[in-house]
Design a protein around this ligand. Structure first.
Ligand SMILES: Cc1cc2nc3c(=O)[nH]c(=O)nc-3n(C[C@H](O)[C@H](O)[C@H](O)COP(=O)(O)O)c2cc1C
Length: 390
């Protein structure tokens, strides 16, 4: 694994963590920022790891260290992560070995901030950490306690056990879906009734994107069928785009049927306008009536061709959630269904959500209330358990 050490007082604590990791059999490569070297000597880490410590892009540039190091590692922990390095990472700046390697990383990245509380609470740092979280980085929050400035506040590096656990979890998860083909549908459909107007819904695709990223981190071969969204597409995932329900239906028949696991999070329009005007409808004083006709039921169509696929649906309901979800579970031949409470638009977009998983025979597991990336991990844990027991 890789350990990225930045220029903060807590840099000295990384010597103890490095020793613990080595004692547990890890092969640890340490990257230090130039500023980190002002706080601890590279020799401390090289002695503990019995390996060279990397401090510059330019020591042996012909070996392209920033690419090689992240390809050889299974996870990277940045600790202590300074406000400066967090800001660079959030903005894609790559001006030293650590930030360049992080930009090239397709492995789980864990960031453990440590800084004075004023720096930690600054809106820039808050926004930068939110950006990293939204991209799926694991943030190990700092603790409240005595800071180097001889005052008490939030900003103290998380305890060694929390850093160790975050790394261990990232590694344990990694290979659990190796060789598994996972197809995920995500986002809203758009059904146009003239060249620029359409009927759609509030889905952003955030849940499906989080699931795709998590499945890819676990080693799955992931295909994401994604509707119109502004959100970033995760690395290492094959993404195919759709706009309408009919396009999604065609993509699903080709790419979701036959997968080992299908998770259908897309909010597919049940109806589409019966006609689409060739040019923009002109404004008039009259009301407009748009006749809607039924769209194909994508989930039911996958269910009919299910074979060995483990098929998971989503039920976004505003009332009587679980009863509706159980009915859908049976009718569409699903192996499990996720219930999502979307009253007052809760559940759409980024941020927290509350989910539960139901399966035939009154099976139920609460996934709790959490950010979508965390819920994605819990949902995949549950799906893996159910498939194992099938
Ligand atoms: C004594 C001292 C302690 C510092 N401690 C921290 C710290 O704990 N966290 C932090 O974000 N910055 C800290 N800084 C500021 C960083 O060292 C500075 O922003 C530097 O540019 C970080 O570089 P790096 O992110 O490339 O390691 C400290 C600076 C000094 C002089």
């Amino acid at each position: 694994m890789l350990l990225g050490v930045c220029g903060g007082i807590a840099a000295y604590k990384m010597a103890a963590l490095t020793s613990t990791l080595v004692q547990h059999g890890a092969i640890v490569d340490v990257i230090m920022t130039p500023e980190a070297e002002r706080f601890v000597g590279a020799l401390t880490f090289s002695s503990l790891t019995a390996r060279p410590v990397y401090t510059s892009l330019w020591d042996a540039p012909e070996r392209i260290p920033h690419i090689r190091l992240v390809r050889e590692a299974q996870a990277i922990l940045v600790a202590p992560a300074t406000a400066n390095t967090i800001a660079k990472l959030a903005n894609g700046i790559a001006d030293d070995l650590l930030t360049t390697a992080l930009l090239a990383a397709r492995i789980p990245v864990i960031v453990a901030p440590a800084m004075n509380s004023a720096m930690y609470e600054h809106p820039a740092t808050v926004a930068n950490l939110a950006t990293l979280r939204a991209r799926g980085y694991e943030i190990v929050e700092p603790e409240r306690g005595f800071l180097a400035e001889r005052e008490s506040g939030v900003g103290r590096l998380a305890a060694e056990a929390r850093l160790y656990d975050a790394l261990a979890l990232a590694l344990a998860r990694r290979a659990s879906l190796e060789g598994t083909r996972v197809a995920i549908t995500a986002g809203a459909t758009r059904e146009a009734f003239d060249p620029i107007r359409f009927v759609s819904n509030a889905s952003t695709g955030a849940t499906g994107i989080a699931l795709a990223r998590e499945a890819a981190l676990r080693g799955a071969e992931v295909t994401l069928l994604l509707g119109p969204t502004q959100l970033e597409v995760p690395a290492g995932v094959r993404t195919l785009r759709f706009t309408t329900a009919e396009q999604l239906h065609a993509l699903a028949m080709e790419h979701a049927v036959g997968a080992d696991i299908v998770i259908a999070t897309a909010a597919v329009a049940d109806w589409r306008p019966s006609e689409r005007a060739a040019s923009k409808l002109k404004k008039s004083d009259d009301d407009l009536t748009v006749r809607m006709v039924r769209n194909p039921d994508v989930l039911a169509a996958i269910g009919e061709r299910k074979g060995e696929t483990f098929l998971v649906g989503f039920a976004a309901e505003t009332d009587d959630h679980e009863a509706h979800a159980r009915e859908k579970l049976a009718r569409k031949r699903l192996d499990a269904i996720v219930v999502n409470d979307v009253r007052e638009e809760r559940g759409f977009g980024t941020g927290e959500n509350t989910l539960a998983l139901l399966w035939p025979g009154e099976g139920r597991r609460s996934l709790g209330t959490a950010e979508k990336s965390i819920l994605a991990a819990r949902l995949l844990d549950a799906i893996e358990d159910l498939r194992r027991n099938r």
